[in-house]
Structures are given as C-alpha cells and as structure tokens.
Design a protein around this ligand. Structure first.
Ligand SMILES: Nc1ncnc2c1ncn2[C@@H]1O[C@H](COP(=O)(O)OP(=O)(O)OP(=O)(O)O)[C@@H](O)[C@H]1O
Length: 729
C-alpha cells in the first residue's frame, strides 16, 4: 500500500503523484492531508520547501473530484412549501444550529452574530411571523430582501428589531419599543398595503418601526433572524398565537419562495449550472497563483471529469477570467484584487464553496490586507449554500499575533499543525555573511563606476555617512560578481531591496556579459533576469520561466519572489540587502535548500547604515519619478537602513549559526562539500562510502584470515580422515 493511500488519497491521484516521483508524503503532508480530508479548519505552519502546496492541493483536488461525482452534495433541497419535508430556511450562517423541525435556532458563539433567512417570502398583502426567545443572549428579528446580509440590520436590505430595544437598518440603531429577552414572544408584521413594518411584544402592538424604503418597494421580503449566544423558536404558521392580528396572514401561507440554482454533481450539466467553484485559493503574488494552478493540473492528470482551475490575477485580461468562470471551474486561485473584482462583478459565485485557502497567510497581513480578507470571507458566508466552508491557513511563518487575530475572525476552532514551533529555516540551508566595510576596499576593484540608486547627494556635497553608504552600495554590486566567480555559481537567486536596485544590478551583469564577449557572442556566465512588481505579468512569467529552464543563470528579485516560488535545485542565494523583517528572511532563504537539496545563503551586510529609498509619495518610486532625497522624517522619501542591527535580530530570532566569510570567500573545510547540486541523499551515500573505505583494510584482513582458517580446517580434517581410515583397516 502506498504511503499516500494510507492518508486516504485516491488511487487516481496517487498515480499522478507517482509520476512526480513523490514516493513518500513529506511530514507536513502526512499530518495535513487526513486533516483536510476529514473536514474542519486548519492552520498549518511548516518550514519553506517542505511540501505545503501538496498538503493543501492534494486533498482539495480530491474533495472537488468526489463532489463532482456526487459524493459530497449537501445542498439543501429546493424549498417547496407544499412539501413539508423541504427547508424552511433558504440560507443560514455556518454556526447557526437549526433543529430537525426547523423551528428552533441556536447560536452558541458569544462573540459573533449568526443569522438565517427563511425561504418563504412576500411582496404584497399583510404578513406575520413570530419568534419566542428561549434563552438569555442577543437576538434581532425582522424582514429582509434576498440580497440582505444574514447580519440583519447592518445593511440597507434588512429591517430588524433587537433585544436591546433598538430597531436597526443600514447599521443605524435607534430606540424602538422596549428591550426583550428570555420568554418573550416578538411578533413581526409587514404591511405592503400601508408600506410599513412593525412589531409586537407579548401581544402588545408597538408603533410603526419603518416605512418600507423606496429603494425596496418592489422587493420580496423574507423573515430573518440573527442571534448571538441565544436560542429562539420561530413560528411561521399555522396560527398558534394570540399575538396575531386577523388582518394579517401567517407567512407559511405565502405562495412565494426563493428559487435556487443547484449543483447536480452531473458533469454533463455543469456548463448550464451557474454554480461557482468549490475551492478558492488566495495567493499573495501572481507567480504563486500560477504555480498553484500548475500543481492542481498535475494532481488532476488522471481524473475524469477533470478538475478545472482558473487563475485570476491582475495584469491579465479580466474578460478571459470571466469567460473561464462562466464556463465553470472547480478551483479558483488568484490574487486578492482580481478576485475581489470578480466577486463584486458577480462573476465569481461563492455559493458552492467548500474551501477557502490562504496560502502564505501572513503575507496578506504584511500587505495590510486583513480587511480585504475578512471582506471576502463575509461574501463567502453570505452566499454559501453548502453548509459552511473550510478555512485553511498555510505558511512557514504563522506565529504573529495578527495571524491569530485573523484566524479568530474567519476560522472556527482550527486544528493547528505546527511542524517547527517558531519561525524556522530549513536545515539544508547554510548561512553565511560577508561584512561590507566601506573603509576597506575588500572588493579589490577599481570598478566604482557602477550605477547605484541615486539616493546620495552629488559629489562634493556628501557627508561621511553618505559617502560610506554610497561606497557600500558600489562594493556590494562588485561583490555579487566576485561571489559568482569565486563559487563558480551556475545559478543563484539574488535578492535586492527595490525594483531600481534589481534593474541596476541586472544592467551591471549584462554589461559584464557584453564586455567579456568572445567571438561566440556574449559571456553567458552572467546572464540574468529580473522579477519585480514593476514589470508586466507576461514579462515576469517569461523571466521566471527562463530562470527555471536554466537559460538565465541569475534571478534578481525583490521580495515579490521571496514567498513560495519553487525553483528546483537552486544552490545559492545572495542577499544584496537584508530584508527588514525576520519572516521575509525565512521565506527568502527557503528558496534554496528545497526538496532535500542543500543550499548556501550569502548575505552582504553593510557595517555602516545605508541610505535607501522609502517612497511614501504618490509615485511610489515608479519609473524613477521621485527624486526627493530628504529623509522621511523631513517629508522626503529616504531612510537610513541599519543592516548590522537587522542582521543581529535575524541571527538572534532564528538562532542561526552563521559562517563569516573573509575576502577570499573560503568556506571552512567542513562546509565546503555541501553546495552545488548535491542532494542530501547523495551526501548520505558519500558518508557511507567513506566508512566503507575506512573499514576496507580490516575487512580484507578478516576475509584473508577466514580463508586461512578454512584451509587449515580442511587440511586438518583430511589428515584426520586418513588416520581414521588407517586405524579401521
Ligand atoms: N512528497 C513529496 N516528495 C517529493 N518531493 C516533494 C513532495 N512534496 C513536495 N515535493 C517537492 O518539494 C518542493 C517544495 O514543495 P512546496 O513548493 O510545496 O514547498 P512549500 O512548503 O510550499 O514551500 P514554501 O513555503 O517555500 O512555499 C517542490 O518542488 C515539490 O515538488
């Protein structure tokens, strides 16, 4: 039995996994796959390169596949009020418990409102339903349109009356009637003839609460209930209450009910269905989204019907995205902006969603996108018809308080899979540092004509600090070249701070290539491409592909590429500038030392602070438009960047053993053998071979001895049998 089979993975998917040469699940996959298949929210943190993408893509593909086969259909039946067995509730929040009779509703959560909207509605005449409060807690009842949020009264589509004695509409809460609570019966009246809504408490009719707003005049209204740590009983009819007014009819008699669109699970009908995807994967960058789409494709290779995945990212034509969504897909992965656009435009329907995955969850928080994520989650909750969505967080760095805050807001008691405790860098990566001291010309180079970022005052005006900073930048550029040569680097990732730095370094290497060109063309040893937010999506894709295929040897990137990008077998990484936080360092160095490969991260750290761009201006530094060299504190766009301090923090936080390189770039002998394309397995084999070589003289001596013993024994026994023969005869 395959180890993946033991985790519950389907044979068709295992076959695809075997094609990738994955014989065993990685530890994070072994922990996570059964958990995701079993349902429930999860927060998974494991080191970079440990196979997290497979840990969520595999079970997700499987559940999508099984859903298509009709194994997981949980959509409530279409309401038909002549058929008493069908649902009285069109829509409800995940944590709202509705009993078998569908009359008792309970939300046990003390800190979140959970609501439900009935499937029966009305748009003319006079209608009534009532709610009895069965426990302490908060409750809001009333009428809502089909578009209304389940959190009644918080938008323009619903009109409610709450237990605190307030009426609510469009987030406006005004005094109304009186407070109510456990044991009280609240009557909810809607009168289309007089265009008004009102309520009663224990039979006492309260004054008009609302005129039906002009914008909602022709809408159908449905009973709506919203609870916080509260239990209620709802009566839609038949009449059992004295609170009822004769001129009104119980809502159960209404001929109107919401029509829904359903997934049948029958793939032949899929095109006609307007059901949305089953899984939504949010990625912090376009490259990651494209990578995940590829993975989904690989795992679905042997599935029929296959799993269709749409990648929604900025920079590509939205019409293509809409076309893909209209044709129907099972999985959507993409970046926040484009996904929001498609939701708002009504193209991305979330009613069938079973999974919401936040890959690199903490990256969204670094980008201040907590509100956007919560916004998407609320839309999922509003639209969801399949009884709740599994929310999954993945990253190598999930330990910040912000991540936990987000988890509290959008996850329900998540299972935590924490493979490494604190933020952690893989054992396969060796860390080294070269201190760049501007007072020492360690680059041994006269080539200080290199282009820097233009932060410094023109010559003659600069202070000693500015001079040091400029010198460090020039030295670092030359040092990159020296590192490439000294380590005979075949491929490396080179991280810089800004897009401008990336472009400058790219031009520097390109010039070397051209200068060294021989009769055969330019010197390809320095071929590089850039990856940053300033180039088009198409260019980024092409550059990454060139690097992956080995056509370009060096990928010069900003932190856009620090997360998740999976390029197999890259042994070297150079940090031209350290990132300003530990998490980003973890993600950067995670680009090497992947899939059991060994990697070396080399950081160039200036011993004096560097003055760098920090654009707060509207241009954000695009196309070098901003030339404001003043410091941020003086209304400018620059800061002093103290790498020595950052280096100390990273080293301390991650408890790193760092090799300090001198100007010969010699690694200690013990560490030398590690790098290049050698895998960990090959290392182990080499170690065994070494032991075998050590033992060889001893084993040879033992074999010879054994041989001698055998011969002696045979000679002895021969002599013995001759004697024995002589004796007998
Ligand atoms: N079970 C497995 N066996 C062999 N290789 C695997 C296995 N799972 C994943 N891999 C390979 O390991 C590499 C890293 O995987 P992946 O990109 O999923 O890591 P990750 O944990 O998401 O890293 P990051 O945090 O950097 O995004 C990929 O090349 C992938 O193909």
């Amino acid at each position: 039995m395959s180890a993946f089979e033991e985790l519950g993975v389907l044979p068709e998917i295992i076959k695809a996994v075997e094609d990738l040469d994955w014989s065993l699940p990685t530890p994070v996959q072994a922990e996570t796959i059964p958990l995701v298949l079993g349902g429930g929210d999860a927060m998974v943190s494991a080191e970079t390169g440990s196979g997290k993408t497979g840990a969520f893509c595999l079970p997700l593909v499987q559940v999508c596949y099984e859903t298509l086969q009709g194994k997981f259909l949980q959509i409530t039946k279409q309401p038909n009020h002549n058929d008493k067995s069908t649902s009285l509730w069109f829509k409800s929040d995940y944590n709202l418990i509705i009993d078998r009779e569908q009359t008792e509703l309970e939300n046990k959560l003390p800190n979140r409102w959970q609501g439900a909207r009935a499937s029966l509605g009305a748009n003319n005449g006079r209608w009534y339903f009532e709610v009895k409060v069965l426990s302490d807690g908060l409750c809001r009842v009333g009428w809502a349109t089909e578009e209304c949020s389940l959190d009644l009264g918080t938008d323009s589509e619903g009109l409610g009356y709450g237990g605190t004695g307030k009426k609510s509409h469009n987030r406006e809460f005004a005094n109304y009637g009186e407070p109510y609570g456990e044991g009280d019966i609240i009557g909810c009246f809607i009168d289309f003839e007089e265009s008004r809504l009102f309520f009663s408490k224990n039979g006492t009719i309260l004054q008009t609460a609302f005129e039906i707003p002009a914008a909602l005049k022709n809408c159908t209204f449905y009973p709506s209930v919203c609870l916080k740590k509260c239990r209620v009983q709802v009566n839609f009819g038949p009449v059992s209450s004295k609170n009822f007014m004769d001129s009104f009819r119980m809502i159960s008699e209404s001929p109107l009910c919401i029509e829904k669109t359903y997934s049948t699970g029958d793939s032949s009908k899929r095109k006609k269905n307007r059901r949305g995807p089953l899984a939504l994967i949010l990625e912090p960058s376009r490259e990651l989204a494209l990578q995940v789409k590829e993975e989904i494709g690989k795992f679905s290779k042997y599935l029929s019907p296959t799993i269709r995945c749409a990648c929604l990212v900025g920079g590509e034509k939205i019409s293509q995205n809409i076309h893909a969504l209209d044709n129907g897909v099972e999985v959507v992965c993409g970046t926040l902006g484009r996904i929001q656009e498609c939701i708002e435009g009504g193209h991305l329907v979330l009613s069938s969603l079973r999974f919401l995955v936040l890959d690199e969850a903490d990256a969204f928080l670094h980008q201040n996108q907590m509100e956007s994520i919560i916004g998407i989650y609320s839309r999922v909750e509003e639209q969801n018809l399949v009884g709740g969505v599994q929310v999954l967080f993945f990253s190598a760095t999930l330990h910040s308080p912000e991540v936990h805050e987000l988890s509290e807001k959008i996850q329900q008691s998540p299972m935590v899979v924490d493979m490494k405790g604190r933020d952690y860098v893989p054992e396969e990566v060796e860390h080294s540092v070269f201190f760049v001291d501007p007072s020492q010309n360690t680059t041994d180079s006269k080539d200080f004509s290199v282009h820097t970022d233009g932060v410094h005052e023109p010559e003659g005006q600069s202070t000693l600090e500015e001079w040091s900073s400029q010198r460090i930048k020039q030295m670092k550029t030359v040092l990159v070249r020296k590192l490439i040569e000294s380590f005979s680097m075949e491929q490396a990732l080179i991280f810089v701070r800004t897009q401008l730095d990336a472009d400058n370094l790219h031009h520097y290497l390109k010039n070397i290539s051209l200068r060294n060109k021989s009769g055969y063309g330019k010197d390809e040893r320095y071929s590089s491409v850039v990856l940053h937010g300033g180039i088009s999506a198409r260019e980024r894709k092409a550059n990454l592909q060139n690097f992956k295929s080995g056509e370009a040897r060096f990928l010069i990137c900003t932190d856009v590429a620090a997360r998740g990008i999976d390029v197999e077998g890259v042994p070297y990484l150079i940090n031209v500038t350290l990132p300003d936080n530990v998490e980003t360092y973890v993600h950067r160095v995670g680009r090497v030392g992947r899939s059991e490969r060994l990697g070396l991260a080399i950081s160039l750290v200036g011993t004096k602070p560097e003055k760098v761009w920090f654009h707060r201006c509207p241009s954000r530094g695009r196309n070098n438009q901003c030339k404001n060299r003043r410091l941020l504190s003086e209304g400018g766009c620059t800061i002093w960047y103290d790498e020595m301090e950052i280096f100390k923090q990273i080293q301390k936080h991650l408890s790193l053993q760092v090799i300090t390189l001198d100007s010969s770039f010699q690694l200690p002998v013990d560490n030398r053998k590690h790098f290049g394309y050698q895998s960990k397995e090959m290392e182990a084999i080499a170690a065994i071979q070494k032991k075998v070589d050590c033992l060889k003289p001893i084993t040879t001596a033992v074999i010879e001895l054994e041989d001698q013993v055998q011969k002696n024994f045979l000679a002895l026994s021969h002599r013995f049998s001759l004697n024995h023969f002589n004796f007998c005869s």
